[in-house]
Design a binder for this molecule. Structure first.
Ligand code: PLP
Length: 360
C-alpha cells in the first residue's frame, strides 16, 4: 500500500490537517522578511489561544518536543536546584534525565505505569522545590495526569508541564491551571508534521529565568528577541520557515473548528474505541477515569501476536498503531486518534480491520 494512504494511528505523528500540508507549498520567505515576521507573530497569537494563555512569551521552539523539554528545564534550573518530577512512564523519566543534566537534585515521584499520579504526592514530595514537573498526557501509557489541582498550590515552586500529547486534543488551560512553563509538539493533536515545540512561559517564571543557561541555542534570553518578537528583531537562528507556515495553517484549522469542538471530536473518537475495542478482546489498560481519548492503550487478546498483528495492519490496511514500551513491550498497543486522524471513519476502519484479524 502506498505510504501516501497511511492512516497514522500510532503514538507518533498523526495525519496532518490538509491545510498544514498545503502550506508547505508556499514560497519560502527570508527569516527577517516583514511578511514572514507578521506570520510568526500571528502564529504566536494563535498559540496563545490554543494554550488559553495571555503569556507574552509564547512561541514555537525550532526543534521537536524534546527540545521544548530541554528549553523548559535548562532556562529555569541551575545546579543544586531541587526539581520534583512525576514519573509514570517514559516521558516523566526523560524529564528526570534532562533535569539532572542541568544539575538539578531530582526528587522523582514514581507511580506504576498505567496509573495516574496523585497531585498531592507531587505537592508533598519536597518542602521547597524550585520546580514541580509532570507530563499531562503520558504517551507511553495513555494516562492523563491531572494538572488543575496542582496549580496555585505549588507555592513558590514553578509548575512545569509536558503537553506534547495533550495540546489541541484535550483541554489545556495554562492560565486557569496556574501553569508556569509548558511545551508541546506539533505532530500530535495539533495536526502538523513534527519539527516544532510550542512553548509558553508565565510572567512569574520569567523572573526566574537563568541568566546564562548551558544551551546556547535554547537560551530564552536571546531567542525571545527574535522568535517571540520582543524588542528589536535580530537574527538568532534561521527559522524553519516552511514548518512555521504549516503550524500557522494547522492552528488556523483548529481555531476555525473551535477548541471545544476539536476536544469533543477527540473525545468522541476515543469513546468509540474505548467502547468497541474490549468487544474484540482488546482490554483497556490505562486507569479508568484517566484514559486519554487521543491515545488508547489496550492489552492484546490471548494468543494474539503483537508484531505480526501490527505488521498486518500496516501492510494490508495501511494503518499504523504503536506497540508497548518498557515493561509492557509486546503486551500493550497504543492507538492514537489525534489531530486530523481523530475522525469516526478512522476509528471504524481500525475496528473493522481488527475484527477481521481476530477472526483470522
Ligand atoms: N513528551 C511526550 C509526552 C511525548 O509523547 C514526546 C514524543 O512522543 C516527547 C515529549 C518528545 O517529543 P519529540 O519526539 O517530538 O522530540
Amino acid at each position: 500500500m502506498a505510504y501516501s494512504d497511511r492512516v497514522l494511528m500510532g503514538p507518533g505523528p498523526s495525519n496532518p490537517y490538509p491545510e498544514a500540508m498545503a502550506a508547505f507549498a508556499r514560497p519560502v520567505l527570508g527569516h527577517l522578511d516583514p511578511e514572514f515576521l507578521a506570520l510568526l507573530d500571528e502564529t504566536n497569537e494563535r498559540l496563545r489561544a490554543v494554550w488559553q494563555t495571555g503569556n507574552s512569551l509564547t512561541f514555537p521552539i525550532s526543534a521537536t518536543g524534546s527540545a521544548g523539554m530541554e528549553a523548559a528545564f535548562c532556562n529555569f534550573v541551575e545546579p543544586g536546584d531541587t526539581v520534583v518530577v512525576g514519573v509514570n512512564g517514559v516521558f516523566g523519566s526523560r524529564m528526570c534525565d534532562v533535569a539532572a543534566r542541568c544539575g538539578a537534585e531530582v526528587v522523582a515521584v514514581n507511580e506504576e505505569w498505567g496509573r495516574a499520579i496523585d497531585p498531592q504526592r507531587l505537592l508533598d514530595a519536597h518542602p521547597s522545590p524550585k520546580i514541580i514537573a509532570v507530563v499531562h498526557a503520558e504517551t507511553s501509557t495513555g494516562v492523563r495526569n491531572d494538572i488543575a489541582p496542582l496549580g496555585r498550590h505549588t507555592g513558590d515552586a514553578l509548575l512545569l508541564v509536558d503537553c506534547v500529547t495533550s495540546l489541541g486534543g484535550i483541554e489545556v488551560a495554562a492560565d486557569d491551571w496556574g501553569i508556569d512553563i509548558a511545551y508541546s509538539g506539533t505532530q500530535k493533536c495539533l495536526g502538523v508534521p513534527p519539527g516544532l515545540a510550542p512553548l509558553t512561559v508565565s510572567e512569574r517564571a520569567l523572573e526566574a529565568l537563568v541568566e546564562r543557561p548551558q544551551s546556547w541555542y535554547l537560551d530564552l534570553n536571546m531567542i525571545r528577541a527574535y522568535v517571540a518578537g520582543e524588542g528589536a528583531r535580530a537574527y538568532h537562528h534561521t527559522a524553519p520557515i516552511s514548518m512555521l507556515y504549516a503550524l500557522h495553517a494547522g492552528l488556523g484549522a483548529v481555531l476555525e473548528e473551535g477548541l471545544p469542538n476539536a476536544w469533543a471530536r477527540h473525545q468522541a473518537c476515543g469513546d468509540e474505541l474505548h467502547t468497541r475495542l474490549p468487544e474484540l478482546g482488546f482490554e483497556l489498560w490505562a486507569q479508568e477515569g484517566h484514559r486519554l481519548p487521543q491515545l488508547t492503550t489496550v492489552t492484546l487478546p490471548d494468543g494474539f501476536d503483537d508484531a505480526a498483528g501490527r505488521r498486518c495492519l500496516l501492510e494490508r490496511y495501511g494503518i499504523e498503531v504503536g506497540g508497548g514500551l518498557g515493561p509492557v513491550a509486546g503486551k500493550v498497543w497504543r492507538i492514537g486518534a489525534m489531530g486530523h486522524t481523530a475522525r469516526p471513519r478512522n476509528a471504524e476502519m481500525l475496528l473493522g480491520a481488527l475484527e477481521e484479524l481476530v477472526k483470522a
